[in-house]
Design a protein around this ligand. Structure first.
Ligand SMILES: Nc1nc2c(ncn2[C@@H]2O[C@H](COP(=O)(O)OP(=O)(O)OP(=O)(O)O)[C@@H](O)[C@H]2O)c(=O)[nH]1
Ligand SMILES: [Mg+2]
Length: 709
């Protein structure tokens, strides 16, 4: 496999909504470059990029796949991303290592939900963008409509490089506004014939060419001057100006395609070669320590891993970008994230499922290696020596959380291990353990994503798992003070037990003065693991309870607070004053006073107007204006408090406070309410009292469960 020098390497990410034709375009680019002799089709399950079993089963991309093509002495590394929004965990790493984004627009759908959603992610990476309007052969193709929508969504940087002379069945001619030629394709596509622009297109082509020249000139003063002097720019001068414009993101060049009919990919690849920036032309990569790492061949060898794949027979495959220097097999590197030293064994480039060995990879290139000992995605590897750490990848927070356990509890360990492996491959599958409810919780991006995890567990790990909704971490507290006492007495043969505790409990607010009517001998404050505080006062006078039993009473109170009297949820923000009690010279011991403390607390709690508190989430929902009504109605049905609405671009962002208990699988509902247009983020905001009727329902169902446990 030839080693390409950094100047001749271009890294592109293919992005766009589901079904816009990215994988089909990859097939065409490989075929046009002569790297494959026959073009596969997604429907025939024989494309280079959609090569995994799940992709064949689903008929769409599930993973980001790395392939490369070669066009006129340039190597183009292509990252074919999945268009479905749930699979954003695959798209974001591709965005991170690509130097140019090629965003596909489907000519018969225009700018779709998926387009807008991926555009949102692209914005965070600030990469040059090429727009490719695909499916121009489709009967409902509407190039003008699509371009108009693109301008509405992405702004005036949208710049025509080409336009189709006709669309639909008859599509076979493209006017190129840089070269001012017409490309005429044969029915089966491939290499077009170049013709002069026909008379009937001349006026339009000239006008659009003029717009393009001005667009190219406006990014460079010298070019602008030359344009004013000559009224025209040469092709190379236009390319120069367009490159500057692309890197400044003031030019998003638009190309025409029919991936299915193999029309237009050659011109697109030519433009990528001549105009899109190579990695060494891109700004230096930011480091964690605030420094920068320029992409230079003569720099220190630094890799950034952006994908980790587990292959049954091979083991772990790490995909990386050479961020600086040169890489050769046998090199010893240090993983800056784990500290592990990693020896680079074989070096490959990946083309779908194929691995092609290479002798070396230069700065800017993308490659893979096997069996690294302790390296995962978004790790920095460098030569032993000073620390170099690139910024990690910011993966989105889960949008759907479910509990997961093995159907057969004997296989729990195996399930945990399997989920950790799935997480290593897809960092947006997040595993956590909730100690309070002893639940293993899986965080994913949505229902589809969850189904893919289920598919993996089933197909790859032969594991049957049970999924459910995580318990709501309610809290319990009190609204007024109450007193209670409890005598624990057991004197029926053997070691006796005796302990009597009298206590008062009160709601606790930060900064409140010490309690009245008792003499405080000792005060202890505890930050509770589950949130809030317990303030424990020893107000015993006359030694009625020996100090040595105080910790046991506290233990009893704390145990009862861990599993509160109402619904077994953790209690918080209570102060307890132990002000009286009784001991027995022989039978009093720690366990007696622990039980007496626990039971006295429980009794006082039920008399202190106990209140269940529920977690309130702060949610930001982004929806197109015309769909806001339905979303608002639905929110009101979820006991939400609308905190505000603001306009952001073409969307409305609703800010609301909603009980977590009302948000189970909300991402799914929001998708169906908004045909997939709506997205939302949520984070914990505060605790608030549960309404009385709901509190009653929760207490009864808890009691019910306790009866049947
Ligand atoms: N008519 C027409 N159909 C096309 C064209 N390109 C792709 N298709 C069809 O559109 C469907 C989706 O194509 P894919 O290449 O899988 O689209 P994708 O963007 O990779 O989809 P995801 O992987 O789900 O993101 C397939 O049935 C293709 O045959 C085109 O230029 N014209
Ligand atoms: Mg695809």
């Amino acid at each position: 496999m030839k080693v390409f020098d950094a100047k001749h390497i271009k890294n592109i990410a293919l992005l766009g909504s589901h079904g816009s034709g990215k994988t089909s375009l990859v097939e065409t680019m490989l075929f046009e470059a002569g790297l494959i002799s026959r073009r596969g089709r997604v429907e025939d399950k024989n494309t280079v990029s959609d090569h995994t079993e799940i992709e064949h089963e689903r008929g769409n991309s599930v993973h980001s796949t790395c392939v490369h093509t070669e066009w006129r002495n340039f190597k183009i590394n292509i990252l074919d991303t999945p268009g479905l929004d749930d699979l954003v965990g695959e798209t974001i790493p591709a965005l991170r290592v690509a130097d140019t984004c090629v965003l596909l627009l489907n000519a018969h759908h225009g700018v779709e939900v998926g387009t807008d959603l991926v555009w949102g992610h692209m914005q965070r990476y600030d990469r040059p963008v090429i727009l490719a309007v695909n499916q121009l052969d489709h009967p409902n193709s509407d190039f003008e409509g699509t371009v108009a929508q693109a301008r509405e969504h992405f702004g005036p940087a949208v710049t025509l490089m080409q336009y189709p002379v006709e669309q639909g069945e008859g599509f076979h001619r493209i006017i190129d506004l840089l070269k001012m030629q017409m490309y005429v394709f044969k029915d089966d596509g491939g290499k077009p014939e170049k013709h002069p622009i026909p008379v009937e297109e001349k006026e339009r082509a000239d006008a659009l060419h003029k717009e393009l020249v001005e667009k190219a000139a406006e990014n460079d003063e010298a070019l602008m001057e030359r344009y004013f002097e000559q009224g025209e720019l040469s092709e190379d001068e236009m390319r120069q100006g367009l490159k500057v414009g692309m890197m400044q993101r003031s030019v998003f060049p638009v190309f025409c395609l029919s991936a299915l009919r193999n029309m237009g990919s050659g011109r697109l690849m030519g433009f990528i070669d001549n105009v899109a920036p190579s990695a060494i032309e891109m700004p230096a990569a930011p480091l964690e320590d605030g420094g920068e790492l320029p992409c230079r061949v003569d720099g220190p060898t630094v890799l950034f891993t952006f994908k980790t794949i587990l292959e049954p027979r091979t083991g772990w495959i790490s995909l990386f970008k050479v961020m600086s220097g040169e890489l050769k097999p046998g090199m010893e590197l240090v993983n800056d994230s784990t500290g592990a030293s990693e020896r680079i064994g074989q070096l490959f480039i990946l083309d779908g499922k194929e691995r092609k060995p290479v002798e070396a990879l230069q700065a800017g290139d993308i490659g893979a290696t096997l069996k690294l000992r302790d390296t995962a995605t978004a790790h920095t590897l460098h030569r032993p020596g000073p620390k170099v750490q690139l910024r990690p990848i910011a993966f989105p927070e889960p949008r759907l959380r479910v509990t997961v356990k093995a159907a057969d509890s004997k296989l729990e360990e195996k399930l945990h291990h399997a989920l950790l492996e799935i997480h290593k491959e897809d960092p947006t599958v997040v595993l956590s353990y909730i100690r309070e409810s002893s639940e293993q919780v899986l965080g994913v991006q949505g229902e589809l994503h969850l189904n893919l995890v289920k598919w993996q567990l089933d197909h790859r790990y032969k594991l049957d798992a049970v999924f459910g909704s995580p318990k709501i971490p309610y809290r319990e507290t009190i609204r007024r003070s109450a007193e209670a006492s409890y005598r624990h007495k057991k004197q029926t043969g053997g070691a006796g037990q005796f302990g009597e505790v009298h206590l008062r409990i009160e709601p606790y607010q930060e900064g409140m003065p010490d309690p009245e009517g008792v003499s405080v001998r000792k005060k202890e404050e505890y930050e509770l693991e589950t949130g809030g505080k317990l303030v424990f006062y020893n107000c015993i006078v006359g030694g009625v309870i020996d100090n040595k039993f105080m910790p046991s009473i506290l233990k009893g109170v704390m145990e009862k607070m861990e599993r509160g009297p109402l619904t077994g949820s953790a209690a918080r923000d209570i102060r307890v004053m132990i002000y009286d009690g009784k001991m027995h010279p022989v039978d009093s011991n720690d366990i007696s006073f622990k039980i007496a403390g626990m039971m006295a607390f429980k009794e006082a709690f039920t008399k202190a107007d106990p209140q269940l508190m529920e977690p309130i989430q702060e949610i930001d929902i982004r929806v197109p204006e015309d769909l806001m009504g339905d979303v608002m109605t639905d929110l009101q049905g979820r006991r939400s408090v609308i905190m505000g609405i603001e306009t952001q671009g073409r969307s409305q962002v609703i800010k609301a406070h909603t009980p977590l208990a009302e948000l189970d699988r909300y991402s799914t509902t929001l998708r169906s309410l908004t045909q997939g247009m709506g997205t939302y983020t949520e984070k914990f905001h505060s605790y608030a009292p549960v309404p009385a009727d709901i509190q009653q329902r929760l207490i009864s169902s808890h009691d019910e469960e306790a009866v049947h446990a």
